[in-house]
Design a binder for this molecule. Structure first.
Ligand code: GLU
Length: 480
């Protein structure tokens, strides 16, 4: 029996934009598959589009993957550094008669497409320059024309592969758009910039990639790439085409849908754990027993393409928010504080008495259970760091005589020093009795005075936290 091929998969992002959620989801499936089988997860930066590729996008993509916990195993391969290998492959194809130079001008190609359209045919290259004689070629060169290199695609070819997600796949050569350009236009004695399908095949082979896992928008490319593997005498990898992420309307999620980059989700206060968890669920049904909230490691232990759906996966904000809440509720106060602190500090919060770590952790313990986004931990923490502007309901209550009387009584008995839960409870009871009002009236008034709102987290804990900062007295006094 032949030795098993080591599992090596790759993510091949183009650094022409920030890390897109679709690319990140492809990364998740690659990572899970590699980790499940003890294989390697690699990166290749596809920067051959020199005009649109930017170093800052590469940084953004690597940063985003790191943040999500999708660690890779070898130095990323930079595609542009491999151009000589790409050119050599094109040379090989030209020499073997698998590729040829096409001198067709843009105007001629446009006229061809118009003709096809008028005849109601799908646009394709009509292979016109496939069999030029050396004299015809020379005539074009003498005219001063440059040439692209095209790879012959036999219309009669049938390409089949066993897709790990979609099963038996079959593609007709005649459906691939005619002979394919593999190098951009250049003088006929040179080879222009190599193009996507060619470079991907050369690089995947050089990196010994065993499984190509990518979005189903690449299915036609796979057909073309399999023909290239054969012509170059290379062994093709296996393929898995994952379902696309769809928007609420069922169309492919695109920039027009607003939030699509991983950085956007991060800035909105989503945690990496919830986002990778959610992306895993976008197109994969977890087996019984692990539920819907899981870590990457838990998913890797049970991941297989058998449970990846063929249908597109609709983006569901409610599910993502629910997962994010689950992650936040499960964080220890110290961990939550670590995550919130940079956001608080960005607002200039956490100075003076509120810089105390224990105080901040107690605040996190109070707010944690009600957070759905990390950003909620900024909104809800605001009245603890800054004197709140009272809302209408709180202002209305400040005019209430009974409430005022109770708050005055409380203020008189408020100690300067530390205050514990039991003593605070007793104090509330005593102040309400002294003012002749129900304790509930005092509690409501106290909340309005402290938070500027009738809503908020547990009152007693809130009060004690503010007391530790020494800011309860001032707030109560101002409200009277
Ligand atoms: N650079 C390609 C993309 O971002 C990679 C596709 C592939 O995985 O082959 O779509």
């Amino acid at each position: 029996m032949a030795a098993a091929v080591p599992v090596r998969v790759r993510l091949a992002p183009s650094p022409t934009g920030t890390l897109h959620i679709g690319t990140a989801r492809t990364a998740v499936f690659n990572w899970l598959f590699a980790r499940h089988l003890g294989g390697a997860f690699l990166l290749r930066i596809e920067d051959t589009d020199r005009e649109r590729s930017k170093a800052e996008y590469t940084e953004n993509i690597l940063d985003g993957l790191r943040w999500l916990g999708l660690t890779w195993d070898e130095e990323p391969v930079v595609q542009s550094a491999r151009i000589e290998a790409h050119r050599a492959a094109i040379e090989q194809l030209l020499e073997g008669g698998h590729a040829y130079r096409c001198f067709a001008s843009d105007a001629e190609l446009a006229a061809m497409r118009e003709r096809q359209q008028a005849e109601g045919r799908a646009p394709r290259y009509d292979n016109l320059h496939r069999d030029l004689t050396p004299e015809q070629q020379q005539a074009y060169i003498d005219e001063g024309r440059e040439a692209v290199v095209r790879f012959r695609i036999d219309d009669g070819a049938t390409i089949t592969w066993n897709d790990l997600v979609r099963g038996e796949m079959r593609w007709a050569g005649s459906d691939l758009g005619g002979d394919m350009v593999i190098a951009r236009r250049a003088p006929a004695d040179a080879i222009g910039d190599p193009l996507y399908n060619l470079v991907v095949v050369v690089d995947d082979a050089a990196m010994a990639i065993s499984h190509v896992i990518r979005g189903e928008d690449h299915i036609a490319n796979t057909g073309k790439q399999l023909l290239l593997y054969a012509a170059l005498g290379l062994t093709p990898p296996q393929f898995a085409h994952t379902p696309l992420i769809l928007n609420q309307e069922g169309r492919k999620l695109s920039k027009r849908d607003g939030v699509t980059s991983v950085g956007d989700f991060r800035a909105m206060g989503y945690t990496a754990e919830a986002l990778v968890n959610y992306m895993t669920l976008l197109g994969w049904s977890p087996p019984e027993g692990i539920g819907e909230r899981f870590s990457l490691e838990q998913a890797a232990a049970v991941f297989s393409f058998e449970r990846v759906n063929r249908a597109g996966a609709r983006f569901d904000w409610d599910k993502l928010n629910w997962l994010n809440g689950q992650v936040l509720h499960g964080l220890a106060a110290g961990e939550l504080r670590q995550r919130l602190l940079p956001l608080w500090q960005a607002r200039g919060w956490g100075e003076g008495a509120s810089a105390d770590v224990a105080w901040q952790e107690d605040l996190c313990a109070l707010l944690g259970p009600s957070l759905s986004l990390l950003a909620d931990g900024v909104d809800q923490a605001a009245p603890f760091f800054e004197t709140p502007v009272p809302d209408e309901a709180a202002l209305a209550l400040r005019a209430d005589e009974a409430s005022r009387a109770a708050l005055s009584a409380l203020l008189e008995q408020l100690p300067e020093g530390p205050l514990e839960t039991e003593a605070a409870q007793a104090l509330l009871g005593a102040a309400a009795t002294a003012a002749g009002v129900k304790k509930g009236v005092l509690m409501k008034g106290l909340r309005a005075a402290l938070l500027g709102s009738l809503k908020g987290p547990d009152l007693l804990t809130t009060w004690l936290l503010l007391h530790r900062l020494g800011s309860d007295r001032g707030r109560i006094a101002t409200s009277l």
